[in-house]
Structures are given as structure tokens and as C-alpha cells.
Design a protein around this ligand. Structure first.
Ligand SMILES: CC(C)(COP(=O)(O)OP(=O)(O)OC[C@H]1O[C@@H](n2cnc3c(N)ncnc32)[C@H](O)[C@@H]1OP(=O)(O)O)[C@@H](O)C(=O)NCCC(=O)NCCS
Length: 213
């Protein structure tokens, strides 16, 4: 085999290995969801300290690797009520963020979602919406939840738009609820019910995931 062909064959072999050996919890078109692994923590620590990211979140303390490790351990311990997943690019298998279902209440069949795409250059590319559709598919079709909520600060138009694309609707506003960026921000509450999600899921399944009945 010539040098260039050998190099190409090696690349193909490496790609097949990467695809066959990846851990996939829910597969999408551009992103997939998988469990959060210990090796994700260094990148997650960078994101969770970045003020451009955290201004939109409830965390505001400096977070070390130790804090992140404790957070992951705690997530494992509270599996019944919390699901955390990594958002990973299909093409490269790189983690770009995390997403979760928190405070899962099995009696009332409710939970609250939270999302972070830590790689800021990848905001506004539809990855957050696709990942959220995959997570909601799991929430409604596997966990049998009935209602999924989300809370967004008033200056986070991007998050509100992404939620709207997944079918969330406004439920109310907590006035001047969170002190952020030197002012009190309103917290906007959103929710999606199972019956409103299912038609969107059918469309997503066929048009984005390319599934046929
Ligand atoms: C919120 C987040 C998960 C959304 O993921 P994403 O991949 O960036 O979102 P998407 O590309 O799927 O959708 C964003 C939409 O908002 C639009 N948008 C961007 N900025 C906007 C703004 N200021 N106002 C209104 N819409 C805006 C985008 O154009 C896009 O809509 P389109 O697809 O119709 O063009 C991601 O941006 C993120 O992690 N941000 C930082 C942390 C955060 O805000 N977490 C959520 C806390 S509630």
C-alpha cells in the first residue's frame, strides 16, 4: 500500500473504531447524548467558571475540579431524581455541553430541565434544540413524565427561543428574582406538557432522525 493510501486506511480505521466504541444514550443527527464521564470534568470546569456562560445559570461560585467531581458523584447518588447527560458532536465525538432533568417528581410526573453548551462558538447552531428534543423524548417516552419545566433569566433570549422551538410555553414571571450582572433579573417560567410534545416528537423523529414507521 502506498503512503497516502496507508494514511487514509489508518484514518478510516480510527474513525470506525471511534464510531463503534462510543457510548451513546440517545442518537441525534448532529449531536448525541451520553452519560457524563470523569474525563469530561476538566472541560466542564472551564465552562462552569466562564462568566459569559454562568451569567445565564444559577451557579455563581468559583468551581474547582474537586467541586465538579463532587457534583458528578452526587449526580450518580441521586439517579432517581436527576438525570445528567453530555451533549456530544456526532461528527467528532467531542463533548460541547451538558443537559439534565432535575428534581424528577415521579408522583406528579414532573421535572425541570437545565442546559449548558460550554463551547460558546457553537451557540445558535441548533445543537441545544436538538439535544433538548432528545432529552424530552426520553423524559416523556421512557420516564413517562407529564410536564417538564424550565426557568430562564429575562436577558436570555436565546434560551427562550430554543425552548419555544421545543414546544415549551410561558407559564409566569417571577419579578426581580435573581441578582445578576448588577441588577435584579426577572425569572421566566416555561413548561411543556406531554400531549403538546408528542406531535413535535413525531415530526422530529421523521424529519431530523430520519426514522420511518
Ligand atoms: C441556551 C442554549 C442551551 C441553547 O442552545 P443553542 O444551541 O445555542 O440554541 P439553538 O441554536 O438550538 O437555538 C437558539 C435560537 O435562539 C435564537 N437567538 C439567539 N440569540 C437570541 C436572542 N438574543 N433573542 C432571541 N433569539 C435568539 C437563535 O437564532 C436560534 O433560533 P433559530 O434557530 O430560529 O435561528 C445555549 O445557547 C447555551 O448553553 N447558552 C448558555 C447557557 C444557557 O443560557 N443555558 C440555559 C439557561 S436557562
Amino acid at each position: 500500500m502506498k503512503g497516502r493510501d496507508f494514511h487514509l486506511a489508518k484514518l478510516i480505521k480510527r474513525r470506525i473504531f471511534a464510531v463503534e466504541n462510543r457510548i451513546v444514550f440517545r442518537m441525534g443527527k448532529h449531536v448525541y447524548l451520553r452519560p457524563i464521564l470523569k474525563e469530561d470534568l476538566p472541560l466542564m470546569t472551564i465552562w462552569i467558571n466562564d462568566p459569559e456562560v454562568t451569567q445565564f445559570l444559577l451557579v455563581s461560585h468559583p468551581m474547582s475540579h474537586v467541586d465538579e467531581e463532587a457534583w458528578l458523584e452526587d449526580l450518580h447518588k441521586r439517579k432517581e431524581t436527576n438525570v445528567g447527560v453530555a451533549i456530544v458532536l456526532v461528527e467528532t465525538n467531542e463533548i460541547i455541553g451538558t443537559m439534565g432533568l432535575h428534581g424528577i417528581d415521579h408522583r406528579n410526573r414532573r421535572a425541570t430541565t437545565g442546559s449548558v453548551i460550554g463551547r460558546k462558538a457553537l451557540w445558535n447552531k441548533g445543537y441545544g434544540t436538538e439535544a433538548k428534543m432528545l432529552l424530552l423524548g426520553y423524559a416523556f417516552n421512557t420516564l413517562n413524565l407529564r410536564k417538564v419545566c424550565s426557568a430562564v433569566l429575562d436577558f436570555n433570549g436565546r434560551s427562550m427561543k430554543a425552548l419555544a422551538k421545543c414546544g415549551y410555553r410561558p407559564e409566569g414571571v417571577l419579578k426581580e428574582h435573581i441578582f445578576r450582572n448588577g441588577r435584579y433579573a426577572d425569572e421566566h417560567l416555561f413548561a411543556i406538557f406531554r400531549e403538546d410534545f408528542l406531535p413535535l416528537w413525531e415530526k422530529f423523529r421523521k424529519e431530523v432522525l430520519g426514522q420511518v414507521d
